[in-house]
Ligand binder design. Sequence first.
Ligand code: HEM
Ligand SMILES: [Cu+2]
Length: 590
Amino acid sequence: MSESHTAEHTHHELGFIRKYIFSTDHKIIGIQYMITAMAMAVVGGFLSMLMRYQLAWPTTLSPNMAKLFPTAWAGGIMAPEFYISLVTMHGTIMVFFLFTAVLTGGFGNFLIPLQIGARDMAFPFLNALSYWIFLVSCVVIFSALFVQTGAPMGGWTSYAPLSALPAAAPGQGTGVTLWITAIALFSASGLMGGLNYITTILTMRTRGLSMMRLPLTQWSLLVTSVLGLLAFPVLLGAAILLTFDRVGGTSFFVPAGVIMNGLPVDHSGGHPLLWQHLFWFFGHPEVYIVVLPAMGMASDILSTFCRKPIFSYRMMVYSMVAIAALSFIVWGHHMFVSGMNPFLGSVFTLTTLLIAVPSAVKTFNWLGTVWGARIRFTAAGLFSIGFVSMFVSGGLSGIFLGTSAADIQLQDTYFVVAHFHLVMAIAPLFAAFGGIYFWFPKMFGRFMNETLGKAHFWLSFIGAYCVFFPMHILGIGGQMRRIYDPTQYLFLQAQQPVNVFITLAAFVLGASQLIFLLNFFISIFAGKRALDNNPWQATGLEWTVPCPTGHGNFGEELPVVHRWPFDYSVPGEKEDFIPQTVPATATAKH
Ligand code: HEM
Ligand SMILES: [Cu+2]
């Protein structure tokens, strides 16, 4: 980097607006992503509380709700359409606008240059653009909640032909148009981010930082970005075809002979299964776009608080790559009952169960890391352990669902809702919380309150199991997903107390997130100051610079890396950690 460029990065002062709003600094953009995603989480979380309220007391008149939602809850009874809109909006907001955004947009932006010893991303302007397009997409999806005719009702999967026919249901007109617009904008923003992350990690690592010395967070972000670059265009393409079907008179997804409102629709020759194939070709990798960065961050944080190197670093890297590659050939497990040839079903079962192998490798490596460690139970460390627990709990039920013979019984029941919440909602949520508690001092120069952090952890940990574990039982008992009143079915009535229990637990879980929000926002201004560059005694490059880190990240000179990031408790060394910038000694192996 030229002298003048360095000077430009390190010296001149910017006004508030340029510095914190229209910034091209990756750290500010990362924090912007994070706070925007948190706002979306509040919306998505609120919607889930409404659903749980309804599921526990579907037949109880609630005048208060009628006041709050005069049409959707008219007369104190929730309209069935409204429930389906809630499911759709909650799922969409959580998957895209919370998790994909916070993990890659938030942590990716904040951490990539800091951990690879660069001053910023490869394309800072593109980076800022990607955030602003993301923000617009958030506004668009949020506005879908207020459409007069209703919010979209196609589920987060937006299955055709329901989504292809604007007149099919109240929310399928403007509601779905906004859904498609938001998803298209989101995809475009994600692609810009992904290109940036890949270029930055591959080309801007500082001297000495070979690929096999990268923190696992960086590996996970790299692999995730490649996944995103291959998966999101498929969703974008499918969304464009869907738009043609909706407004252009084409029939990609609508077959002949559909009768709507008593009249045949003017479409022929399409196939709804085409949408399912395209959606899940994107959708399964999307699960890993959320889970992989969570795995990477949890691995690094776990190792830091276990004061031990991660068990089998290379296998951690290879298994992430294997998971990513396999994630593109398993999508059919979402379609076992769509009439596919049973032989094809067996193939998808095989590929799906294959993913269990690298996932189990990772799990055993986490256990190997924790094994015999003198763990420091900080909030960040606890949440990383919680991630492993949730990932394993959710992963195990995946083996049932991935087996076509069992899935025929379990598909579209609460068993599925239990499975995917544990594995792709709660597990990444825990990893993200771990990441926030861990890197908060680097972001804001202050700590979050540890006592509140631990209270937040235990309430969330117990709460999440109380909410999502009993859902397996409901599912095996036959309760279908996306149903607004289970008590209408005689065979489900006996299970209703379980629904009440889950809802009460969900309220506790939801309320305990307020502890986190308060802790987060108060700590930004009033938390204990982080005076030390390296408060957790960690090894990564980000811990060699001040909290918070200034523009340009590193001083006049970029750091030089001499070792991998896992030199914890190296035998014969005085300290139990050796930063990556310390030159190799006779005792250190890496
Ligand atoms: C407080 C925690 C949460 C609660 C109580 C909750 C509750 C629910 C409920 C009641 C449903 C509807 C089930 C149905 O009727 O089929 C649902 C669906 C869903 N949730 Fe959550 N949820 C929570 C957190 C999350 C998170 C963090 C994610 C992030 C990935 C998430 C993703 C989804 C998805 C993708 C659906 C499916 C939507 C669909 O069927 O189209 N949830 N959730
Ligand atoms: Cu899948």
